[in-house]
Each structure stands twice: as C-alpha cells, then as structure tokens.
Design a binder for this molecule. Structure first.
Ligand SMILES: Cc1cc2nc3c(=O)[nH]c(=O)nc-3n(C[C@H](O)[C@H](O)[C@H](O)COP(=O)(O)O)c2cc1C
Length: 205
C-alpha cells in the first residue's frame, strides 16, 4: 500500500512516522521554569545533530488539544537557553520516565511526582537526573519551527558543554552502553535492548 502525507492529519502523520522510525531512544530533558520549578520530560525524538561540534536535537510538538499550547520544556528552554539531556532511559527508570510524560501544571515538578532525583548541573542552570547513566549539559544553539498553529513542532538544537557519566558505565575509554539496559520506544510500546548482536564492518570515523 501507499500513503500520501498530503491531507493526512497530525495524529495519522505521527503514527506513520513514529510507527516506522523504531526503535527510538528516549531522553529525559530537564529544565528549570521561569517560576523556578524543576521540570523533566521524556522525549523520543532525541538524536545526534552533529559530532564536532557535539550537538543534540529533539523535537517538541505543541499540545493540539489545548489550542497549541507550548510544552513546559520548550518554554523553559526559550527562557533559560540551557537544559540537560539525560540518556538513555534504562529499565530501572522506565516507570518513572513514563509517569513524567503525564501533563502536569507548570507549578508541579515531575521530579517530585515521579521520585526521580534532581542534582544541579555544573555549567548550566538546569537539574540533572541522578539515576541517568549519562547527563549532557547543553546550551541552546537554535530552535527551528515547523508547521502552523495549533500543530507546531519545534526542533531544539543544543551544544553539549559537559558530560557526566556514571563510573560503572565507563571502561577502557569508552561508554559501556550494552551494560546500561536502555529502553526504547516502538510506536507505543517500549522495548528492551538486552538482546544484542554484532557484525564486523569496517568504516572510518
Ligand atoms: C516515551 C515518550 C516519548 C515522548 N516523546 C516526545 C517527543 O519527542 N516530543 C514531544 O513533544 N513529546 C513527547 N512525549 C510527550 C511529552 O513527554 C509530554 O507531552 C510531556 O507532558 C511534556 O512535558 P512538559 O510540559 O513538562 O514539557 C513523549 C512521551 C513519552 C512517554
């Protein structure tokens, strides 16, 4: 079958794209609001935008059922221009991560609601998620907006200015990502990453 995206609504387009781009990694992006409240939200649109400079990107869509309201994460990043990307979400954090995706009013901290632990970052004004294997402190580089009200997607690009890695996941100068037990996302369900395999392919970095 074929699907022509022209004329498809937001929900169907989301299902088409997110049903095919699988498995997606999940990041917890943590910020501080203008009101001082610590915020954390799960985002599966996380990706590497550039290696040198080290840039991470993710996309935030507006809340269409709330007249295109911006999510707290986007408002906080626009205000502070700093944030932390905590990756990957691992099995022991999965339930808290899932709960942190619920819609809380901006005066409620998802850290308090989920039991995730906030530790202040060193170089940016944002909290890190202490349970996360890696936390990247980021400064905002650019926000690109696509679409029209009420369905706007904002692609946020940030430069990593400091990386925090749990010692247990670092050996021989490399991250031990196969030890982390990361979880990913299919269209809706989550998946585990314990079942790995390897091919020997030669390519240059
Ligand atoms: C696993 C998972 C992945 C998600 N990925 C995204 C995403 O990439 N972009 C987005 O706008 N919302 C995504 N969401 C929904 C947001 O986390 C949700 O709208 C949240 O309430 C936003 O919180 P905030 O208002 O504190 O920023 C995801 C939710 C879950 C559970």
């Amino acid at each position: 079958m074929k699907l022509d995206p022209k004329g498809m609504d937001f929900r169907d387009l989301h299902h088409l794209l997110a049903g095919a781009v699988v498995p997606r990694p999940i990041a917890l992006v943590s910020t501080i609001g203008e009101n001082g409240v610590y915020n954390v939200a799960p985002l599966s649109s996380i990706s590497i935008a550039s290696v040198k400079p080290p840039l991470l990107s993710f996309s935030l869509s507006t809340r269409r059922r709330k007249d295109g309201e911006k999510k707290d994460t986007l408002r906080n990043i626009e205000f502070r221009r700093e944030f932390v990307v905590n990756v990957p979400v691992v099995e022991s954090m999965a339930e808290a991560m899932n709960r942190s995706g619920a819609e809380y009013p901006d005066h409620v901290s998802e850290f308090k609601e989920t039991g995730l632990t906030a530790v202040m970052a060193e170089r940016v004004y944002a909290p890190m998620v202490a349970e996360s294997p890696v936390s990247f402190e980021c400064r905002l580089v650019q926000i690109l907006e696509f679409g029209e009200h009420p369905s706007v997607s904002s692609l946020v690009i940030g430069e990593v200015v400091m990386a925090h890695i749990k010692d247990e996941f670092y050996a021989n100068g490399e991250l031990q990502s196969n030890q982390m037990h990361a979880v990913g996302r299919l269209l809706e369900p989550y998946c585990r990453t314990r079942d790995t395999f390897d091919f020997k392919v030669e390519y240059t970095l």
